[in-house]
Design a binder for this molecule. Structure first.
Ligand code: SAM
Length: 264
């Protein structure tokens, strides 16, 4: 607005998201396990297996390049990145694929770096961490990325459309955008149970286990506000991507979904 209220509101939102993730960085696994009853680990395994990092040939790669150049946005504690590198190395025998983990929150990145020390990728050129806002990836050149992943991150972004356009910019032609995110449950009865669980139990568990009701309340509300599968698919198309098939795959009845787009 004329008085800049929107900018103030957005700054407050960004600050709030920062605060939420700073306060949950160390209890992050507990949080995810509680919120998803442990299922987030299976979703992440499936997400990575399905993308099959390191598989050759990749359409977007030129023949001189070896391995995939992956950008994991909102990569936080490295959950997706470590899985990608493990998959490339052990399943595809590919020692070249590399992952850049980008996150807006230095506490989450610090936790990711700490965790990387017990992986084979500690201090390896295959893994690096950058502090960055998904809406402004100035340090990543145009058309340089084979695979852009974002898991449980995009619903926190202030301008999702801007982030999607940045994803489009940094991907090579033929490169893939892949998003794993909470979504809309597609069965009415199951939805009733799910809503009771998320609005009733999760903030309470947050309070009891992490002593932090507000952060968990925020997380539940951010899931509720996130667009439906079709709306989000349309946003991906609006950013210029081609979507394969219907554009998404539901996981566990739509509690989560994987959306994909290909840069033409
Ligand atoms: N991808 C990890 C996973 O699946 O476990 C972390 C997900 S965590 C729920 C969400 C992450 O998004 C946090 O680490 C937060 O700092 C990050 N984030 C929020 N807004 C962001 C933005 N605008 N740009 C980059 N990262 C952001």
């Amino acid at each position: 607005t004329h008085f800049g209220f929107e900018t103030v509101a957005e700054a407050i939102k960004e600050q709030k998201v920062r605060g939420v993730f700073s306060s949950v960085a160390s209890s992050y696994d507990t949080m995810n396990d509680l919120m998803s009853v442990g299922i987030h680990r299976l979703w992440k395994d499936y997400f990575v297996r399905n993308l099959n990092p390191g598989q050759n040939p990749l359409k977007s790669s030129s023949s001189s390049e070896q391995g995939w150049n992956i950008l994991d946005i909102a990569g936080g504690t490295g959950d997706i990145a470590f899985r990608m590198l493990d998959h490339a190395s052990t399943i595809n025998n590919d020692p070249y694929t590399k992952v850049t983990v980008a996150d807006i929150n230095p506490d989450m990145l610090a936790e990711g770096k700490r965790r990387s020390l017990v992986t084979p990728y500690a201090r390896s050129p295959r893994l690096n961490f950058v502090e960055a806002n998904a809406e402004k990836l100035d340090m990543i050149p145009d058309s340089s990325i084979d695979l852009y992943t974002v898991a449980f991150g995009i619903r926190n972004f202030t301008h999702k459309d801007v982030a999607l356009r940045e994803a489009y910019r940094v991907l090579k032609p033929g490169g893939v955008f892949a998003c794993l995110e909470f979504s809309k449950v597609n069965n009415t009865l199951f939805n009733e149970v799910y809503k009771r669980w998320s609005f009733g139990a999760i903030p309470l568990i947050g309070q009891l286990v992490a002593g932090d009701r507000d952060s968990y309340q925020y997380l539940v509300e951010s899931i509720e506000r996130f667009p439906s599968q079709t709306e989000f698919r349309d946003m991906i198309q609006d950013a210029g991507f081609l979507v394969p098939g219907q554009g998404w795959e539901d996981l566990t009845g739509g509690i989560a979904a994987i959306h994909k787009g290909v840069k033409p």
